[in-house]
Design a protein around this ligand. Structure first.
Ligand code: FMN
Length: 246
């Protein structure tokens, strides 16, 4: 079973690629908390790096997963460039549950947060080609149930960014708002949000709840560019989704 958390499809695409090779099933991490996974002999966790660390939603979900200590457990983190402490954090939480991670790797992909900084994630599509051979190696390793930890040492940036007050501030700056003049109530954002934090209100306009995990999936998916961060409009040409998840 491969459990993924994904805002713009990078981690979903990686999960599907591994599942195609191994015959495993892919499931959103948010759904897995209610499942008995204790009979699964292979558990994969695939998620993005946020601010040199693990997305808070993933960190909150991992303790709720029922994983057998005998399972082959692997982690693949997708990132724009650096995974920081995102693998260490989850390894530590799993160790506290008596679960050992057999294999970890990171894979670079287009940085979906670039849109918030006025850059275009679509300018980074070259990463999909450049790192495709690495992806193949990761898939082969997992298929053959190899062991290994392929990521850097924990760093100060991840530790500092993980200080709860700072983390709230950093990720809070990604919090989206809905421009009601542009929203047509299509509901796409309600489906894209990996934690169900967006609903349609009585006036059929999207409403963002208080649990936003900063995945920016809604920002990228809105066909009307009605979802904004920091009150800035979202240019259509900078909206990104992994090509296989479009
Ligand atoms: C709030 C936020 C913070 C991010 N921080 C980092 C980071 O610290 N390092 C990095 O390499 N990429 C960072 N990224 C980029 C994502 O990790 C990367 O684009 C990932 O592949 C997105 O996966 P997804 O499409 O499955 O959501 C960040 C993205 C977001 C939305």
């Amino acid at each position: 079973m491969i459990l993924y958390f994904s805002g713009t499809g990078n981690s979903l695409a990686v999960s599907r690629k591994i599942a195609d090779a191994t015959g495993d099933t892919v499931m959103p991490m948010a759904h897995a908390a209610d499942h008995d996974l204790s009979k699964e002999d292979c558990i994969g966790l695939v998620y993005p790096c946020y601010d040199f660390n693990t997305p808070p939603a993933v960190r909150d979900l991992i303790p709720r997963l029922h994983i057998s200590p005998d399972a082959y457990v692997f982690i693949v983190v997708t990132c724009g460039a650096q995974t920081g402490n995102s693998i260490w954090t989850v390894r530590r939480i799993l160790r506290q549950k008596g679960v050992r991670v057999a294999y970890c790797h990171k894979i670079r992909m287009p940085d979906n947060s670039a849109i918030v900084f006025g850059r275009n994630p679509n300018d980074q599509l070259w990463k999909l080609e450049r790192f495709a051979p690495r992806m193949e190696r990761i898939v082969d390793d997992i298929k053959k149930r190899r062991h290994g930890s392929h990521f850097g040492a924990p760093g100060l940036a991840g530790w500092i960014a993980g200080i709860p007050a700072l983390e709230r501030k950093l990720l809070g700056s990604f919090r989206p708002s809905v421009n009601p003049r542009l929203c047509i109530g299509c509901g796409i954002c309600t489906k894209v949000c990996p934690i169900g934090n967006i609903v349609l209100g009585d006036d059929k306009k999207a409403v963002v709840g208080n649990s936003c995990t900063a995945c920016v999936g809604c920002l990228h998916a809105c066909p009307q560019q009605a979802i904004e961060v920091g009150g800035k409009p979202t240019p259509k040409e900078r909206q990104y989704r992994h090509p296989s998840a479009r």
